[in-house]
Structure formats: structure tokens, C-alpha cells
Design a protein around this ligand. Structure first.
Ligand SMILES: [Zn+2]
Ligand SMILES: [Zn+2]
Length: 227
């Protein structure tokens, strides 16, 4: 059996949560939304050291999420970024504030939050040494004069999202018997055990029934041995 027949499985995909490709914008509105994330670099210039602040609120594009939580399409994402021209490309750094909504993995209640995330990423110029010596999945690329911030923000958010979001850190989940939220129920909520305050009374009723019906076997037989 030839040893080389086995493909290099797993070697290429370092993170399974990284989305595969960008969703393709088809309608004019989708194209306009995607275009808003592309920074025109012509005014930044290529002189190393030139810098530009990028303060903007942009609408989130579709598909920024994992199974139970994500950024709603069109939700406002606040960008506080700095674009800096360096030798090999443009360094993007700063913070992004992004609203996320989802469902508690334990009790299914809606979950709402805003993530404030730090980003720092080099986008390589076309024709730069960095571009020539790195894979497209390793270093982001500048496409002509356009730097697309959307994939950076999407990847940063998606990699931060919890796979099992919870409404509170210690959410107790749902009662397996009635399906109600345990956090909404009294601490002694239960279905199997008779309330301890009435357990003695229940046993006494069982005794009385036994006496009245003679040899009829009672349900509370454990307390009837000494009568
Ligand atoms: Zn919950
Ligand atoms: Zn219950």
C-alpha cells in the first residue's frame, strides 16, 4: 500500500469556525452594504508612516455568526480604527463595538450583548514581499486601492462568539420535567418528592385508610409497621 496516498487531512484548516469565503452579494442593496466596508486607500497614500483615523458606524453584513449567536444583519457596528501605512501594506488597529443576539444554550431565553473587540491586522499590498511569501489565508490582501474591513471584523467576531452562549454565567437551564426555567422557579422546585411539610400528613392518611379497609395494602406501608 503506497504511503503517499493519504491526503494531508487537517493540516490546512487551522480553525473550523472560520467561515468559508464571503457570502456573495447579489442585489444592489447587498452590494452597497458590502462596499461600505471597503476603505479607499488613495487618500492614505503609500508613504510609510502616514496614518488615518477611521471612525464609522457600518451595517453588519449577513452571515456573521455561529449556530446560537451572531450579529444581526444590518446591526450597527461601531469602528474606532487607525489605518497606518507601513512598508508592506496597511496596518489596521483599534476597537470594534458589535451588537450580538442569540439564544441561551441552556434555557433558550434570548441573549443580547455588545462585544468590544480589539483588532490589529496587516493587510499586504499587491506585489509586496509579504504577499509573495504568504498564503492568502495567512495574511489579508489589499485589492487594488481597496482594503475590505468586513472579513476582518467578521472573523474577529465569529472567533470570539461563544459556541454555548448563556443568559447569565450560572444559568441553571430548564426543569427536565416541566420545561420551565429553573432560575424562575423556587429553589425547592421538584416533581418527584412530596412536599416535606405534608409528608407526615400523607402517611397518616394512608394509615387511616389501612385501618378502615382491613387488609387492604396501603401505599404508605413504610410507616405502618408499629400500629
Ligand atoms: Zn439561560
Ligand atoms: Zn419542573
Amino acid at each position: 500500500m503506497p504511503a503517499a496516498s493519504q491526503p494531508l487531512s487537517g493540516a490546512a484548516s487551522t480553525d473550523a469556525r472560520r467561515p468559508v469565503g464571503d457570502p456573495v452579494a447579489t442585489t444592489a442593496a447587498e452590494k452597497a452594504a458590502a462596499k461600505a466596508w471597503k476603505v479607499d486607500l488613495r487618500e492614505l497614500g503609500r508613504r510609510a508612516g502616514s496614518m488615518r483615523e477611521w471612525e464609522k458606524t457600518l451595517a453588519a453584513l449577513p452571515g456573521w455568526g455561529v449556530e446560537m449567536i451572531g450579529v444581526p444583519e444590518g446591526a450597527p457596528v461601531d469602528l474606532h480604527l487607525r489605518l497606518e501605512s507601513v512598508m508592506e501594506g496597511v496596518l489596521v488597529s483599534g476597537t470594534i463595538d458589535v451588537p450580538v443576539t442569540g439564544q441561551c444554550a441552556r434555557c433558550l431565553e434570548p441573549v443580547e450583548d455588545t462585544f468590544s473587540l480589539d483588532v490589529q491586522e496587516l493587510y499586504a499590498y499587491e506585489g509586496s514581499t509579504t504577499e509573495a511569501t504568504s498564503g492568502e489565508d495567512e495574511v489579508r490582501r489589499i485589492d487594488g486601492e481597496l482594503l475590505d474591513l468586513a472579513p476582518l471584523v467578521r472573523d474577529t467576531v465569529v472567533l470570539t462568539l461563544p459556541l454555548s452562549p448563556t443568559c447569565t454565567p450560572d444559568c441553571a437551564g430548564l426543569c427536565v420535567d416541566c420545561g420551565e426555567r429553573l432560575d424562575d422557579l423556587p429553589a425547592d422546585h421538584s416533581h418527584e418528592v412530596i412536599d416535606p411539610r405534608f409528608a407526615g400528613l400523607a402517611a397518616r392518611f394512608a394509615d387511616l385508610n389501612d385501618d378502615a379497609d382491613g387488609a387492604q395494602p396501603g401505599s404508605g406501608s413504610t410507616d405502618t409497621e408499629e400500629n
